[in-house]
Design a binder for this molecule. Structure first.
Ligand SMILES: O=C(O)c1cccc(C(=O)CC[C@H]2O[C@@H](n3cnc4c(=O)[nH]cnc43)[C@H](O)[C@@H]2O)c1
Length: 221
């Protein structure tokens, strides 16, 4: 648990302003936290995070936070997911036999590991606070899944995947490159599958993100 307790300066990266505002409402006036918008998608998120880590003060922990899709049967709308692994699910090559990941191609890794003690501690704290939460792999995709077929294919390729969003891997690679531990925390706004943005429960997810940020402030004390 030492990693968590020693985190004195925490950088939180969200993709858009409403997520940033939700995090700020949750953490209140705690000046250990710097909360920034990194943009939508892994490339903007990586570039923003790398710049902040290179030119600003030093940080002990980077947290990628925001709303996300949840895999049906794994993470319900309104619940929280703490990434046990941050995986870029579309970084690789399409082959006649199916998708080959960066790892399978021998070009590095499409997955950034996360400190499992920190993941457990944060997930437990959310649950103790009465927030529905679980840990599990969170996928990063440049293209939001919009069909049942793609959702099924992702679940087949990544058994146990809990959520998908668009920034985690970018933030995580920048943090990893700077030697700073990383967490990804997602509040589920929609089920992954056929695209219907009118069904996204963004308000509920932002409320869950705010509550999670309030607990995070306490657990990192
Ligand atoms: O319209 C709004 O009021 C609003 C408020 C807060 C956030 C948004 C977004 O659209 C955020 C985009 C952000 O959300 C992630 N996300 C959410 N669901 C999914 C999904 O099913 N698959 C992939 N990504 C998802 C993603 O990280 C985007 O950056 C709107």
């Amino acid at each position: 648990m030492e990693d968590v307790q020693k985190a004195q300066r925490i950088l939180v990266v969200t993709s858009v302003e409403p997520e940033r505002e939700a995090v700020l409402r949750g953490i209140g006036d705690d000046d250990r936290f710097t909360v920034r918008i990194g943009g939508v998608g892994p490339i903007a998120a990586a570039a923003s995070t790398a710049r902040i880590l290179a030119v600003e003060e030093s940080f002990d922990l980077v947290v990628c936070a925001g709303i996300s899709g949840g895999f049906v049967g794994q993470a319900e709308v309104g619940s929280l997911v703490v990434a046990s692994e941050i995986v870029c699910a579309d970084l690789g090559a399409e082959t006649a036999e199916g998708f080959s990941s960066l790892d399978e191609l021998g070009f590095g890794s499409a997955s950034v590991p996360v400190d499992q003690r920190m993941v457990d501690r944060v997930t437990d704290a959310f649950m103790k606070a009465g927030l529905p939460a679980r840990k599990g792999p969170v996928l990063t995709l440049s293209t939001v899944t919009g069909t049942a077929e793609t959702a099924l294919e992702l679940s087949r390729r990544m058994p146990g995947a809990a959520a998908e969003a668009m920034e985690g891997y970018g933030v995580a690679v920048a943090a990893q490159d700077a030697g700073v531990p990383v967490l990804e925390i997602r509040a589920v706004s929609n089920a992954i599958g056929p695209r219907d943005k009118s069904a996204w429960r963004i308000k509920d997810a932002l409320a869950a993100l705010e509550a999670a940020s309030s607990v995070l402030r306490e657990v990192l004390r």
